[in-house]
Design a binder for this molecule. Sequence first.
Ligand code: EPU
Length: 419
Amino acid sequence: MYSLSIQGGVPLEGEVTISGAKNAVLPVLAATLLTREPCTVRRVPNLSDVAFMGKILSSLGARVRVHGDSMTVQAAKTSGFGDYELVRKMRGSICILGPLLGRQREARVSLPGGCVIGSRPIDLHLKGLRALGAQIAIDGGYICARAPRLRGAEVFLGGRAGPTVLGTANVMMAAVLAEGVTIIEGAACEPEVVDLGHFLTAMGARIGGIGSPTITVTGVPELHGAEHEVIPDRIEAATFAVAAAATRGTVTLRGARPDHLSAVLDKLQEAGARVDRAGGALTVGAGRRLRPLDVTTQPYAGFPTDAQAQMMVLMTQAPGISIITERIFESRFMHVSELARLGADITIEGPSAVVKGGKPLSGAPVMASDLRASAALVIAGLVARGETRVKRIYHLDRGYEQLDRKLRQLGARVQRLQE
Ligand code: EPU
């Protein structure tokens, strides 16, 4: 097992290239199951979650080839079912359910486990697929779905916390091969859903309203192969942007899409950071003084839950009281107790974290609990005086491509150590 040793106190300076988006590439790779023809996906980030998805596709009978940052998948035949052990380990693999049902009219996929950020139900996925005519039973830890006929339907996918990203993806992917028209109301508008919609369209799907809460899918008999370049990772970009401001440095985010980052950039500016979008490049740097914030996570285009933990670290550096409210996942404050080990003053009150900022952090050993919590601990380590050791960084390798190397390029003193 690896850990990161970080000697804090160095402002990040320079340029970093943003990788393809993890949460876009996973459903796009799953969508390759919808055709027997080869599909090539470019700007695929080298992440353990992506390698995992490759294994799942292979276990389903697809031929998967990796060349540089491209992946070619040909699912000439799909054979059967999502392997229990593989699917259980990665929540994102639930998005093979929709394409398998669309392509083979039958799917048996392991129920994804819960995870530290909340219970992660899939009732909305199942509701949408049932509306298309699937019969679904839960049996021995598996979702067993059958649909001799898939028929277009009208379905509302909004839940307690708003729309569902992967639920929208699953229903879209089943509907593209259903008979007739499907209307998804309360659809997720996240850029990752839009990216999937573009890929499906390139494969011959007929989809309207992508990026809006009402998506209309007109089923077609079959899809063909296509090429696609995945969007840049807005959460990776947000993480580097926050790290630049928190370390009082200046970082240019090569390839980032500022239009996907509006809520994050807006909050950074409100906190006193400098955001410069001149000439197509996005640069974020520290301003003269940091100010406290009131941030609430929301579905897109609101402030993303996946950047909440990182933003909390910036708030520990802003003198005054910041309030961060988590509205998407019920227990996504696992980083708070670890940040306290570095000297952060944060209390949790219901869905909100109250951050008393402006006190210096000092290095300590900390334990990563999930992907974004790990990213937050790394930023805290970059800010803190002395050494911070972040343990269990396999979480980081799931979702950040070569984070330690990219940070070193920006001047950070970060080393990967074998425990
Ligand atoms: N929800 C339900 N029922 C469902 C599905 C979701 O009640 O059937 C609830 C969830 O419990 C949550 C809310 O709806 O309260 C939103 O969850 P959503 O379904 O949108 O999450 P997801 O699709 O499972 C994706 C990302 C997450 C990201 C969320 C929200 C992937 C692989 N994962 O998850 O990414 O936080 O959308 O934007 O795309 C991460 O990258 O660290 C990560 C956790």
